[in-house]
Design a binder for this molecule. Structure first.
Ligand SMILES: O=C(O)CCC(=O)C(=O)O
Ligand SMILES: [Fe+2]
Length: 338
């Protein structure tokens, strides 16, 4: 029995829904965010057709010749553009003692396209972050609809994240717009992960994506239906599959939100398992992974309703941009070697 609940956001979006329905949604949210930090959602304003069109467009990019993909290769450790198979290991950036050994693990079996903010903010506010949070995107010329499709999907995910944060604010007893001015120039990024079919056994210890936590506020994942998927590590150390119904999204809490909430909510270690070799070509998988992050200059200081005399703040305040920069490059195999 899957312990990750599927929550229906209709109670939030539909003006006809009752206060009781909304209250129930807030309770379920708090419970699951405190338990695993993972949930599935439906009833969003993002259509399943739009998700599958975006996935098909992304697959068309990855189906191109390697030389074409290399034309939009991310320059050394820049988080924009294409990174090839075996360049990344999501477990490499982990500090936890129980994951450190994974730095020795072979790199992950996925290639990735990374897209940063797609909208302009005021030049004065963008200026300090033009090589980090607001670094320009790189766009391929083919498929010809790639740029507009990804920009559109990015904006939809950013909006959905803001709606989720409105719900989070209500759960925490804050005004519904409490997060708004901290995320209105979000530096979030869209990572498109392509996990090719596996026709030969991976190296010992090699996974589609190694064990890791995400860094930001929240992550929204839309995977294609394929074997070899997302797993979370339970508190007793077992790996549990996350079943994702078609047309729904996985949402999980990142490290920064765990810190912001004074560890009321959990950023759980997860990974992507290999498919059984018997699946052959049918084993390929793609996921659209939106990492929501606040404005680079947002101060991440214990959320007022998450600390008090009986629950002192556990973390020093930090700027969101500095927090992310300290972590983001460490996924690269070449960064470890440098
Ligand atoms: O592909 C997935 O389902 C999740 C990938 C993931 O955890 C990540 O990119 O951080
Ligand atoms: Fe992740």
């Amino acid at each position: 029995m899957q312990r990750i609940p599927l929550l229906d956001l209709n109670a939030f979006y539909d003006p006809q829904s009752s206060t009781l329905d909304l209250k129930q949604l807030l309770c379920q949210l708090d419970e699951t965010l405190s338990d695993t930090g993972f949930l599935c959602i439906k009833g969003t304003q993002v259509s399943p057709e739009s998700v599958s069109f975006t996935q098909q467009t992304a697959l068309a990019f990855f189906d191109q010749a390697q030389t074409d993909k290399d034309k939009v290769k991310a320059v050394r450790h820049a988080n924009r553009g294409y990174t090839a198979l075996s360049e990344l290991g999501l477990s490499y950036a982990m500090d936890a003692a129980d994951l450190k050994a994974d730095r020795q693990a072979p790199p992950d079996l996925f290639e990735r396209y990374r897209i940063g903010p797609v909208d302009e903010f005021s030049p004065a506010l963008m200026a300090p972050f033009l090589t980090t949070a607001y670094a320009p995107n790189i766009w391929p010329t083919t498929p010809s609809n790639f740029t507009v499709t990804m920009q559109d999907y990015y904006r939809q995910m950013n909006r959905l994240s803001q709606d989720l944060l409105s719900l989070f604010a209500l759960v925490l007893g804050l005004p519904v717009n409490w997060f708004s001015d901290k995320v209105d120039r979000s530096m979030g990024s869209l990572a498109i992960n392509h996990y090719p079919a596996q026709l030969t056994p991976p190296l010992p210890g090699q996974l589609r994506a190694g064990p890791h936590t995400d860094y930001g506020t929240l992550t929204i994942v839309a995977p294609t239906a394929a074997p070899g998927g997302l797993q979370i590590r339970t508190r007793d150390g077992r790996w549990e599959d996350v079943h994702v119904d078609p047309g729904t999204f996985v949402v999980n809490i990142g490290d920064m939100m765990a810190q912001w909430s004074n560890d009321r909510w959990v950023s759980t270690v997860h990974r992507v398992a290999n498919p059984d070799l018997s699946h052959g070509l049918a084993g390929r998988r793609l996921s659209l992974v939106f990492f929501h992050q606040p404005n680079p200059d947002a101060v991440i200081d214990c959320i007022p309703t998450c600390c008090g005399a009986d629950r002192p703040a556990k973390y020093q305040s930090v700027l969101a941009g500095e927090y992310i920069n300290a972590k983001i490059n460490r996924h690269f195999k070449s960064y470890l070697a440098a």
